[in-house]
Design a protein around this ligand. Structure first.
Ligand code: HEM
Ligand SMILES: [Fe+2]
Length: 423
C-alpha cells in the first residue's frame, strides 16, 4: 500500500518486507508447534513461555507474543519510512496520511496490552487486558485503518475526492473511537466489575453501530457514482478488488452491526453469552470485514504490481459470489437457527441446559449442525477457485489476452487500441 500512496519505495524496503515475511512465518509455525506440544504435555514448566497461555485469541506463548510484538513494531518502521516522502510533501492528502500513520501506530501499541498480565495474574485482570487487544483492535483501530486504506484507494481510482474522503474518515474515526474505546466494556458486563461498567459499556458499544451503517451507505453511494460514469471510465481493471471492499462494508453492517447488536444489550448477553449467536457474529464480522478486506487488498496489490494483460473476470466473479454466498449460507442455515434455539433454551431453563449435550443432540439440532455443510462447501469451492486464479497470475492462465492495462490507469483497453497507439 505504501508505494501506492507515496509513488515509490525507499532503498532496502524489499529486503525489509522479505525479512518481515520470514519472521512472521517463524512465529506462526513456532507458536503453533508450541501450542500443540503444550497441549500434549511435552513442554513441562515452559508452557507459559513457549506453549499455550490458554486464552482465546492470545493463545500463543509469551515468547512468541513478544516476537510478534517486535515484528509489528518492525512493520510500523517499514510503513513509516515508506510514507515519509509523502508526509514531507504536506499536500491536501496530509490529514489523511496522518490518520493512516496514527492507525498504524495503534496496531503494535495496542497489541502490547496483551503483555500487561503475567502467568499468575488474576483471571479478571487477564480478561481486562485481553479485551484491550481483541476488542480495541477489531472494533477500534483496525476499523480506522480499514476506512483510511479504502478511502485512499478510492481516491486514487478517482471514485472519491480527497476532501470528501478526509471528511468521511475523520467523522467515522471520531465515532468509531468514541464508541469503541468505552465499548470494550461489553465484554466485561459480568466479569466481576462494578455496575457502572455495565451501563457505560452498553451505551457506548451500541453507538458503534452508527459509523457501520454510515459506511455501508457511503460504499453504496460510491458504487452508484462509479456506475453512472460507466460510459467514461468505469474502473474495469479494479472492479473485483473494489467489490471486495463493498463486501467489507456489507459485512460491517450485517455481521458487526446487526449480529453484533443482537447480542450486545446487557439483558441479551445475560442469556446469550457463549451460545451459537456469538460465532454467528464472530464469523460474519471477523471474516466478513477483515477477511474480505485482506482479499480486496491482495487483489489490489496484485493488479497494481504488474500492469499489462487484463485479468479474466470469470473466476474472480465466481470466487467473490461463492465466498460471500457461502459465508451467508453458513450462518443463515446453521449458526443463526441453532443460536436462536439455544437462546430459547437458555431463557427457559438456563445456560447450562442451552450448552448441554442433552439439548444439543435433541430434535432437529443435529440436522441444523450438519446444514453447515452447504455453506461451508460453497465457501471452500470459492476459496479454491480464488487460489487457482492467483496461481494463474504466475503461470498465465488467468490473463485475458484481448485486453491491456496501462501502468497507473484503471481501465482495460482493448488490445487493438494499444497496438495502434503506443506500441
Ligand atoms: C468488525 C468488527 C467486529 C469484529 C471483527 C468482532 C468480532 C467478535 C468476535 C470474534 C467475538 C467473539 C469473542 C469471544 O468469544 O471470545 C465477538 C464478541 C462480541 N461482539 Fe463483536 N466484533 C465486531 C464488532 C462488534 C460490534 C459493533 C458489536 C456491538 C454493537 C459487537 C458486540 C460483541 C459482543 C457483545 C460480543 C460478546 C459475545 C459473548 O461474549 O458471547 N461486536 N466479536
Ligand atoms: Fe467487542
Amino acid at each position: 500500500m505504501a508505494p501506492a500512496i507515496s509513488g515509490g519505495e525507499p532503498k532496502g524496503q524489499r529486503l525489509g518486507v522479505n525479512l518481515l515475511f520470514g519472521a512472521l512465518l517463524f512465529v506462526v509455525v513456532g507458536s503453533l508447534a508450541g501450542e500443540w506440544m503444550s497441549i500434549q504435555h511435552k513442554l513441562g514448566n515452559l508452557w507459559f513461555w513457549f506453549g499455550t497461555q490458554g486464552y482465546e485469541y492470545v493463545d500463543l506463548g509469551r515468547f512468541w507474543q513478544i516476537l510478534l510484538f517486535l515484528g509489528l513494531t518492525f512493520w510500523l518502521w517499514l510503513m513509516w519510512r515508506a510514507l515519509k516522502p509523502a508526509l514531507a510533501k504536506r499536500d491536501h492528502s496530509h490529514s489523511l496520511l496522518l490518520m493512516f500513520l496514527l492507525a498504524s501506530v495503534a496496531i503494535p501499541l495496542f497489541y502490547a496490552a496483551g503483555l500487561m498480565y503475567g502467568q499468575r495474574s488474576n483471571l479478571v485482570t487477564v480478561e481486562y487486558w485481553r479485551w484491550w487487544v481483541v476488542h480495541l483492535w477489531v472494533e477500534g483501530f483496525f476499523e480506522v485503518f480499514a476506512t483510511v486504506v479504502i478511502a485512499f484507494l478510492l481516491t486514487r481510482l478517482k471514485l472519491l475526492s480527497l476532501p470528501t474522503a478526509t471528511r468521511a474518515v475523520m467523522f467515522s474515526t471520531a465515532v468509531f473511537l468514541s464508541g469503541g474505546i468505552i465499548g470494550t466494556f461489553h465484554h466485561l458486563y459480568f466479569a466481576g466489575t462494578p455496575n457502572i461498567v455495565l451501563g457505560l459499556g452498553s451505551v457506548f458499544s451500541a453507538l458503534e453501530v452508527v459509523p457501520l451503517v454510515l459506511i455501508g451507505f457511503e460504499a453504496w453511494e460510491n458504487i452508484r457514482l462509479a456506475r453512472a460514469r460507466e460510459q467514461h471510465v468505469w474502473v474495469t481493471a479494479y472492479k473485483w478488488p473494489i467489490y471486495f471492499f463493498v463486501a467489507v462494508a456489507f459485512w460491517n453492517f450485517v455481521g458487526a452491526g446487526l449480529f453484533g447488536f443482537l447480542i450486545n444489550p446487557p439483558i441479551a448477553l445475560y442469556y446469550m453469552q457463549g451460545l451459537n449467536t456469538t460465532p454467528l457474529h464472530g464469523h460474519t464480522a471477523l471474516f466478513g470485514v477483515y477477511g474480505m478486506l485482506g482479499l480486496g487488498l491482495m487483489l489490489f496489490c496484485l493488479r497494481a504490481l504488474r500492469p499489462g494483460q487484463a485479468w479474466k473476470n470469470g473466476p474472480l466473479a465466481f470466487a467473490f459470489w461463492t465466498i460471500n454466498g457461502g459465508l451467508a449460507a453458513m450462518v443463515v442455515f446453521s449458526l443463526l437457527p441453532i443460536g436462536l434455539m439455544q437462546t430459547w433454551a437458555s431463557v427457559e431453563y438456563g445456560t447450562w441446559y442451552a450448552r448441554s449435550a442433552e439439548f444439543l443432540h435433541s430434535g432437529h439440532m443435529n440436522e441444523l449442525r450438519w446444514m453447515r455443510m452447504i455453506g461451508d462447501t460453497i465457501f471452500a469451492v470459492g476459496a479454491l477457485v480464488l487460489g487457482w486464479f492467483v496461481l494463474g497470475l504466475l503461470t498465465g492462465h488467468s490473463y485475458d489476452k484481448r485486453g491491456y492495462v496501462v501502468e497507473g490507469e484503471w481501465e482495460v483497453r482493448s488490445r487493438e487500441t494499444v497496438i495502434g497507439g503506443r506500441h
